[in-house]
Design a protein around this ligand. Structure first.
Ligand code: NCD
Length: 330
């Protein structure tokens, strides 16, 4: 589908109100997404992954759409991945990062994005250190908002790329599969999005990590909490190691990285406890020798670089979906 220059601000008042189920122009999290919705995005992402592998030329699907990447927190892979996805779809892309933003001069977040919307930005991709920031601006804008990681809340495109990676490895079946999330669950938006997506699709999730980094209420999300790592790894179909989010940690939550690596790090011996087809994931950036031993990062069970490629495919699917919702509303 080719989108015109239609801007959502031009939509007649109340447009789409009677649509059976209008496609959402935002992607704020995976928590509210049902199975059919997740599978629809994964199917579309799968087609984008094939197009990437086949080195197909860029599409024109987002021609006339302006995408603004607003990163109020450090990022390399997520920002570049969104930029590659948006340009692959033919969008116009503008980027700003925290140091360059007027919020550093005292402007409020909402004023900053309103200024950008007045320049006719159609889609905002936002990373922010405050949980809920993308949801807050989504309530005030006509533009679509895509959460690229907010505080300790969610990182939905990361969750989707984890799902796409596992669906390919697990040959399309999530039911009956078992995955262990290990490490800093407390501060991890990656863990939250992964848990919502995986449990909705029928996989069983076990979490393990230092007690100070596993929140007490986490079982309410439908996961099993394991007090020890090795019994949880026995026969599991995957393990996802999470980065220690030191920038979000109060002092005293972690004794030392050496002790962490001994107790909770994934090395070759621990990988051998997995099911023989079990794989190792990590959202990156990896602290080599802490969450994963270097031989595991580069080993044959690691799908870390596949996750990165799938990230571009997933972001193509999400940008296209949000842009379609805008054009339907216009
Ligand atoms: C994650 C993030 O920023 O939430 N990185 C990413 O987007 N791949 C994970 C992390 O920083 O540990």
């Amino acid at each position: 589908m080719t989108l015109t220059h239609a801007h959502p601000a031009l939509a007649p008042h109340g447009a789409g109100r009677f649509a059976a189920r209008p496609a959402p122009r935002h992607l704020l999290g995976l928590e509210a997404m049902d199975r059919a919705d997740l599978l629809r995005i994964l199917d579309e992402a799968e087609r984008w992954r094939e197009a990437i592998d086949a080195r197909e030329p860029d599409s024109r699907e987002l021609a006339g759409i302006t995408v603004c990447l607003g990163f109020f927190e450090a990022s390399t892979r997520t920002r570049v991945s969104f930029e590659l996805a948006a340009t692959r779809l033919g969008a116009r892309v503008v980027t700003f990062s925290v140091g360059e933003s007027s919020t550093a001069k005292g402007e409020t977040l909402l004023d900053t994005v309103r200024v950008l919307e007045a320049m006719r930005v159609d889609l905002f991709v936002m990373r922010h250190p405050a949980s809920g920031a993308p949801g807050y601006i989504a309530e005030h804008l006509q533009a679509g908002v895509i959460n690229a990681g907010d505080g300790q809340h969610e990182h939905p495109t990361q969750g989707l790329l984890d799902l796409l990676t596992l669906r390919r490895v697990w040959k399309g079946r999530f039911e009956g599969r078992r995955i262990v999330l290990v490490g800093d669950i407390a501060h991890s938006r990656v863990a939250r999005s992964a848990i919502h997506g995986l449990t909705t699709l029928g996989a069983h999730v076990t979490v393990a990590g230092p007690p100070t980094l596993v929140p007490s209420g986490i079982a309410a999300l439908g996961v099993t909490v394991s007090p020890a790592l090795e019994p949880a790894l026995e026969g599991a179909d995957a393990v996802m190691a999470l980065r220690l989010q030191r920038e979000r940690m109060e002092q005293g939550l972690l004794a030392s990285t050496g002790e962490y690596a001994r107790e909770w790090g994934i090395d070759a011996r621990r990988v051998r406890l997995l099911h023989e087809d079990g794989v190792v994931l990590h959202p990156g950036p990896v602290n080599r020798g802490v969450e994963l031993s270097p031989d595991v990062v580069d080993g044959e069970r690691s799908v870390i670089f596949d996750q990165v490629t799938n990230g571009v495919a997933v972001r193509c699917a999400v940008l296209a979906r949000c842009a379609r919702a805008l054009s339907e509303a216009a």
